[in-house]
Unconditional design. Structure first.
Length: 593
């Protein structure tokens, strides 16, 4: 059996099935395609069925949901996240909805699993057995991942005070199946995730790599006579980019942290489990000693990015999407003087989250922060992630002037729909070697990480602090304190404040959450983090910008209101889609929706 590129799996897959009526759900696939039983004698077609699940991965691109948080606004009046934050979030109009795609992916996975044992994977019986194991392992891992995303978007409290998840469906469905199913409890859904993860981990390798000798063949395959060549054919380097056991373990840690968080603690989940699951992955790279020293600028490590082979991940990244050559992010987010649209505008709230270079929050006495020189001596990550007045951008190092009276179109509110609304432009994710000049336009390679090790370090730090305190290590060799210290070291941030709070669990919690806000900024985390932390006030927080003018030859910095957030308390949980509620009377809606 030859390798099939994940991108090409869509071509082989059966037509996408819409979650509408029972008749629409299955019959078009039978009428318009070869039929799912065709996969028995065609391994490529079987992979296409599973591939349909791969094409629906929610973390395949950045949603820029920060626009709906206190971290950013958009100058695009049509931005869906901007509308959501402004009060247009309903069970009928829901930018956060994952019900359709995730449940469709699970449906294809169940269809695949029901037939996988009967597929003729290869003429070589030993290879065929290993192919079957691997493909089933991928399916179980993907099903766990999709359940996690469903819980994140649709898990919540119902009117009767129960913490509910989604209907658990693990069997193949057809037109005769019962589709009017009640939601399972959140705890039951977590058990389903753990069960699928365990099955996947037992079937998948930790990573896809070629082995050198027959002695390296795992014992369970040695017993059936597998050789090095047969093993490499199924589990070799050529399959990098597919789900492996380490990726599954990472999603298990993400799910465990979600379940242990304040908004979902009624599930009975424990932070200790979340910490241990994260450590299972981190221990494979040596814990904090394995942290990538350049991981905080993964998007700007140009030599590393350009050199990535198919499926290969840099040290910072556990799983990524495909690399492509484009300038889309730059066209949307470069300042207008560089031919960009300046779409995503970081807020003053976000800028204030960065400490001083010594690690002290700017609100702490003795931090050294100066309101009349607000960007001096700050955390180096500020200049890396946010373009503020006086920074240089682009291939020609153009100095960006965001002042009110600077005379450039980069100034705050200079041009509606193009200029910044906050006095800031996005710098993170953008490559500075992209040129948008119409006469000299260039493109560069980009990719989207699906899981970064930094996220897993922060998952561990959060859970470990809650389980064992700031310096507690459980059964591991590092603590929450050690993780934050290592993150600071690689970014060139001092630890004066960290040292002062290392015995204070509550202060450490605030610091870890702030580090997560900074390190994972603009990668789609804060919208969900605020909700799982049940931080209603932060969800509703008014957002601010920085207006800079010149008075008597001196810069005057004035913090100005930019936008308000129109959220209700119940919106820590997302809704079940109204279309599903209308079709299936066994479903219960989350409270408030």
């Amino acid at each position: 059996m030859k390798k099939i590129n994940i991108k090409a799996l869509t071509i082989l897959a059966a037509a996408s099935l819409a979650l509408t009526s029972c008749d629409d759900l299955f019959e078009p696939a039978i009428e318009n395609n070869l039929g799912v039983d065709y996969m028995y004698n065609n391994a490529g077609y079987a992979e296409g069925v599973l591939g349909n699940a791969y094409t629906r991965i929610p973390c395949g691109s950045f949603p820029f949901s920060e626009v709906a948080t206190d971290d950013a606004v958009s100058n695009d009046t049509g931005n869906d996240w901007r509308k959501l934050a402004g009060g247009e979030w309903t069970s009928e109009k829901n930018k956060t909805e994952r019900w359709r795609d995730c449940r469709a992916a699970i449906m294809y996975i169940n269809m695949f699993l029901a037939r996988a044992e009967k597929v003729h994977w290869a003429d070589d019986e030993i290879a065929s057995k290993m192919f079957c194991d691997r493909e089933k392992g991928e399916a179980y891992g993907l099903r766990a991942m999709y359940m996690y995303y469903l819980l994140q978007a649709h898990g919540g409290m119902t009117a009767d005070g129960q913490l509910m998840g989604v209907p658990i469906i693990t069997e193949e469905e057809d037109v005769h199946s019962e589709h009017n199913l009640p939601r399972n409890t959140f705890a039951d859904c977590m058990k389903a995730i753990y069960d699928d993860c365990q099955k996947a981990i037992e079937l998948l390798p930790s990573e896809y790599k070629d082995i050198e000798t027959d002695d390296e063949v795992p014992a369970k395959y040695k017993e059936i006579g597998a050789t090095k060549g047969q093993f490499n054919r199924v589990f070799g380097l050529i399959f990098r980019g597919r789900v492996n056991a380490t990726i599954v373990q990472a999603f298990r840690s993400k799910a465990a942290l979600l379940a242990a968080s304040p908004a979902f603690q009624a599930s009975g989940a424990k932070y200790e489990d979340a910490a241990n699951y994260a450590a299972e992955v981190l221990d494979k790279i040596g814990g904090v000693d394995g942290m990538d020293p350049t991981g905080w600028t993964w998007y700007a490590n140009t030599k590393e990015i350009n050199g990535l082979a198919n499926g290969e991940c840099p040290k910072e990244v556990l799983w990524r999407g495909e690399k492509s050559e484009n300038n889309d992010w730059e066209k949307d987010n470069f300042a207008p003087s560089l031919e960009g649209k300046g779409r995503i505008n970081p807020t003053q709230n976000f800028v204030d989250a960065f400490p001083m270079a010594n690690g002290m929050p700017i609100t702490e006495a003795g931090s050294g922060y100066k309101a009349d020189d607000p960007y001096a001596n700050r955390d180096p990550r500020l200049a890396a992630y946010v373009l503020y007045n006086g920074c240089k951008e682009g291939v020609n190092d153009t100095e960006i002037n965001t002042t009110v009276d600077g005379g450039t179109k980069d100034g705050i509110n200079k041009e509606v729909g193009k200029s910044t609304r906050t006095g800031y432009y996005l710098r993170k994710l953008l490559r500075q070697d992209v040129n948008l000049d119409p006469n000299k336009t260039t493109k560069q390679h980009h990719y989207t990480p699906r899981i970064r090790y930094t996220e897993l370090f922060l998952n561990y730090a959060e859970a470990a602090n809650e389980a064992w305190g700031p310096t507690g290590k459980g059964s591991h060799n590092y603590s929450a304190y050690d993780v934050i210290k290592a993150l600071h070291k690689r970014a060139g941030v001092g630890n004066e404040y960290l040292e002062s709070i290392k015995t204070n669990k509550e202060k450490m919690r605030e610091l870890i959450r702030n580090e997560r806000r900074i390190e994972l900024s603009f990668e789609g985390f804060r919208f969900w983090d605020l909700r799982r932390w049940n931080l209603v006030d932060e969800m509703k927080a008014e957002v601010y910008g920085m207006s800079i003018s010149t008075v008597d030859g001196e810069k005057k910095y004035t913090v100005v209101p930019v936008d308000t957030r129109n959220y209700k308390d119940y919106m820590i949980y997302g809704p079940i889609p109204n279309t599903e509620m209308l079709k299936f009377d066994q479903l219960q809606q989350n409270v408030g929706w």
